[in-house]
Each structure stands twice: as C-alpha cells, then as structure tokens.
Design a protein. Structure first.
Length: 539
C-alpha cells in the first residue's frame, strides 16, 4: 500500500476511535438470502488471517481473534500504519457490529449497534454510521490469493466523512481475503480457523501458597521507563522483560470510576489488555478493584455522593463485578476491594461500618463472578495493628490479609533495609491463621530520603529471603516498580494524593523503580531477577 493509502487508514481508524455521536445504521436494501447463509467473517478465538502485499515486500497484515467475552470478540489488527489496533466485534444476523475500537490510545466511545460490515445486502446498496458511508461494491467475485482461489466473495467499500475510501473483501466461511485493490492490495497468505470458547470454567491454576513446599509467587509492576509509560509497544516489551525476569503472577488494580466512566457504561480496555498479556504468559492474576484508593474515593461520578451503606451502591458494585468477572478468564486467584483503605478511613472513621456492610452485601457476587478467588481488603502495613480493633467489622470477612509495604518514616525517608524480616513477621502475626499477600512492596533510592541503590538492593534481597523462609504463611509479593516515573507523572501523583508541596514525597514516588527513568537497571534489578527465578524454580 502506497503512502497516501496508508494515511487514509490512519485517519479513518483514528476518527472511528474517538467518535461519540449516536447514529443508527441506515440505508435501503433487502437481505440477499444466498449470501446470508454463509459466514463471511467466522470469528472464533484463535482465528488468524495473514495477508501479504501483492507487490513489494512490505510487512503483512494480520487479523487475529484474541479473546471472546460477553458476546463480543477482541480482534487485533497488526499493520504497518496503526500499531496496537484492536477491534471489538459483535456478530449480528449476517452482519458484524463494532462495539469498541482501540488505536493504542485507549478505547473511544461508540454508538450502540453500529454496523461495520453487512454481508446480507445486495450489490450497490449503502448504509451510514457514525464513521462514514459503507457500500457493497461487489458480490459473487472470484478472488485469487497465494493461499488459493475463492468464489462468491463480497467487497465492501468504507468511505470516511472526509471522502477517503478503503476496500475489504471476504470469502464465505473463510473471511478476510483481500484488503485494497489492484497492485496496492494485500492478499490472504495463511488462514488458521479458531474454535468457539467453552463457557465452562477453565481448569484450576495451582493455588499459590496452599502448600508448605511452594515458594511464594512474585509479581512486578512492569511500567516502561520515562515518557514511554503509555506506549503500547513499550508496555508489551516491559511485560516481556518482567516475565523473563521470573515473575509468576500479575497484579491488576483498576479504579471503579475508570472501568465505569458513566453510569452503567463500562470500559475494560486496559483490563482486557493486561489480562491478554497474563493469559499469553500463563500467569495467575491478583485483582484489586479500587473503589477506595488510599486517601480518595474512586467511585463513578454518578454515584460519588452515595454512602457506602446505600443499597444502590451495592447494586451498582455488583453490576460492575458481574460484568468484569468474565473478562478475567478465570485467572484471578486473589481479589481485594479497596486499596490502602486505612488511609481514607483514618479521616472518615464513621464510614468504616458502612464499608463493611457494603462488603457483606457484595461478597456473594464476588464469589460468583470470581470462582476460586480468595477475598480481602487492602491495608497499609502501618495500620496492621488496627485491623482486629478499629477494622474488626471488616476483619471477619477476609479470606487473607493484604498489605502494602514501604518501610517509611513519617517524613517519607526510608528506614533501614534490615527491618524487612521483622516487619514481615509482624504481618503474619496480625493475620493469625490466615495467610498474607503483600500487594505492594518497594524501596526508594533518593539520596534526600537517606537511601541509595545499595540500600534498595539489600532491601530486595531481605524481602526475598523473608518471604521464602515464611513460605507457609506468605502467598505472594508484588514489587513496585520496574522503572522510575517521569517528573510530570510524579507531580500529578503528588496532587492526587494531596501532597503537591512535599519534596520528600515526590522523591519517594520518583525513585521506587528497580530501573531508572531511562530504563537502565539499578543494582537491585539483578537481585530481583536472581531471586525471582530462584523462587519460580522452587515451585
């Protein structure tokens, strides 16, 4: 495809990703019975189409069905022009509808029921949607490709609102066989049919921490360095590096208001991305649904004024959990609702019992939506001694104890790395008969915090030794972070946590990474790799 055609693809898809107007499909035409009996885009998990350019040596196009959930299919389109493109298609009666589109910058809102490809219309008919005009430009065509010749093909022309066009051709019961026309076209070179996903639960993953002989699982928040934080390719590379370093589970922590940006409207694009990465690596998941996030509520704007004890809050949270459950593919082994809740309830003590009531109301839904997952609420380590007293209404609901652990002084300077073993012992004592999940653990390296790379390295070693020696009590530990944050993000975090003028707090946030802002390993990185791999081999 030539440069001008590439630009059309980019513009067309970027407009589709950000469109937010409501527009129903319209247009004349009656069903063409002979066409509608065939499946012109057989979507099933694992289906894969590769199309190579008919002239030249450009990279191929790859369509691949990556996932199926809640009646829709996630389809990745690997192409040279728009990296990390993902459609979410819903099959209709002889048509395919676009439910979501992510061009690498997050999924944009789309009108409900937006018809993208309609295979039942006769040649010459058109329809419109929010993106542009569509037309059936050919039916009954014979298309010859490197993989073979296909009869009864249908060609659909898509024309965006600026008049730029693309041509897509499909063969019955095969699917996508040609993109473009003439010497600029891409032709099918390989096709792998998928298989329908079973609705049965997947076989259980090994239950971490249930055997005294099993080493704890190790996770790592695998953020790319510096300004690459939101770059999808960099995110994949960072995840691959984390897997290669020896991680044995992955941690998800979506906020409620990010998953439900407006009432009853969900956006799971980032969850889907992370779950797909974990599934490809065969990693179990830990999930924290952040409805409280440290000293903030993270409830959707439509509900943010509701109390935790309001029955409507429980109903909406149940709706979120039921919708979220199928998307994690049965991989969640631990689920917590609320992150560092003690930081919020420290200044909202009257809401503790209300929150406990909310957890009681949603607990059955948690177990229905996330079978085999253990339940908890996450606390900071500094509040460990309060769980059985101030938070006793919550303590009785917990299947395990979840802590975040950063050995900080009151001014955010770092305590000695030698305190790790004693502090982790304290976690197990507070948990009693229950086991411990260390949801976050980290150690900053900033000099102004009386720290260094050597101290961070020693801390990582001490934590690894401590959880290994207490493997019957510690299920897993998740290290934060892979890389240091850029200054702009640090400032944003400081505002979010209401400490915008604390230089120590910023230095703490800015230097928690095991690698620096440029991605260069700090001394602790080699320790993490060695110990994570050792514990993985011990399982």
């Amino acid at each position: 495809m030539r440069t001008d055609s590439c630009a059309r693809v980019v513009r067309f898809l970027q407009r589709a990703a950000i469109v937010s107007i409501a527009c129903a499909s319209i247009g004349p035409g009656r069903p063409a019975a002979a066409q509608s009996r065939a499946d012109y885009l057989p979507l099933a998990v694992g289906s894969r189409w590769e199309l190579k350019p008919s002239s030249g040596s450009a990279a191929p196009l790859v369509f691949e069905v990556a996932d199926q959930s809640a009646g829709s299919f996630a389809v990745r389109w690997q192409n040279p022009w728009v990296p990390d493109l993902q459609f979410r298609f819903v099959k209709g009666d002889g048509d395919v509808r676009l439910a979501g589109l992510d061009t690498g910058r997050g999924a944009g809102p789309l009108p409900a029921g937006m018809v993208y490809f309609d295979f039942k219309r006769p040649k010459g008919t058109t329809w419109r949607n929010a993106v542009g005009t569509y037309a059936i430009t050919n039916t009954g065509e014979r298309i010859t490709t490197p993989l073979g010749s296909y009869d009864a093909c249908i060609e659909i022309q898509t024309t965006d609102n600026n008049g730029q066009s693309m041509f897509w051709s499909f063969a019955p019961n095969v699917g996508f066989v040609r993109f473009g026309r003439g010497r600029d076209s891409y032709l099918l070179s390989s096709f792998t049919p998928g298989s329908p996903r079973s609705t049965a639960l997947p076989p259980p993953l090994p239950s971490p921490g249930t055997s005294g002989g099993d080493a704890p699982l190790i996770g790592l928040a695998e953020n790319p360095p510096g300004d690459l934080l939101t770059d999808r390719r960099a995110q994949r590379d960072a995840f691959k590096l984390a897997v290669e370093s020896g991680i044995t589970f992955h941690y998800l922590s979506p906020k409620w208001n990010e998953m439900e940006p407006s009432a009853d409207r969900y956006d799971f694009s980032d969850v889907d991305r992370q779950v797909a990465l974990a599934a490809d690596a065969q990693l179990p998941l830990a999930l924290n649904v952040r409805i409280v996030d440290t000293n903030n509520r993270s409830m959707p704007k439509a509900y943010e004024g509701w109390s935790f004890s309001d029955p409507r809050t429980a109903d909406k949270l149940k709706g979120l959990l039921r919708t979220l459950g199928p998307r994690v593919r049965g991989r969640v082994r631990w689920i917590a609702i609320g992150n560092e809740v003690d930081a919020y309830f420290g200044s909202h003590t009257k809401e503790i019992d209300d929150y406990a009531l909310l957890m009681q109301r949603v607990l059955d839904t948690v177990h229905e939506a996330f079978p085999r997952a253990l339940f908890s609420v996450n606390f900071q380590f500094i509040s460990a001694g309060d769980i059985r007293s101030r938070y006793r209404a919550l303590a009785g609901l917990l299947d395990y104890y979840s802590f975040t652990y950063y050995p900080l002084n009151a001014d955010f300077s770092m305590r000695s790395p030698d305190v790790a073993a004693e502090d982790i012992d304290r976690m197990t004592q507070v948990a009693g008969e229950r086991k411990v999940f260390i949801q976050e653990v980290g150690y900053a390296t900033a000099e102004r915090l009386h720290s260094s790379e050597d101290k961070q390295s020693q801390f990582v070693q001490n934590v690894m030794n401590a959880i290994d020696h207490r493997r019957a009590r510690i299920m897993a530990a998740n290290f934060l972070f892979m890389s240091d944050f850029p200054d702009g993000l640090v400032n944003d975090f400081a505002k979010y946590y209401r400490l915008p003028n604390s230089d120590n707090f910023k230095a703490y946030l800015a230097t928690l990474g095991l690698r620096d802002k440029q991605g260069k390993p700090k001394r602790a990185w080699s320790v993490f790799e060695r110990e994570a791999r050792r514990l993985a081999a011990a399982r």
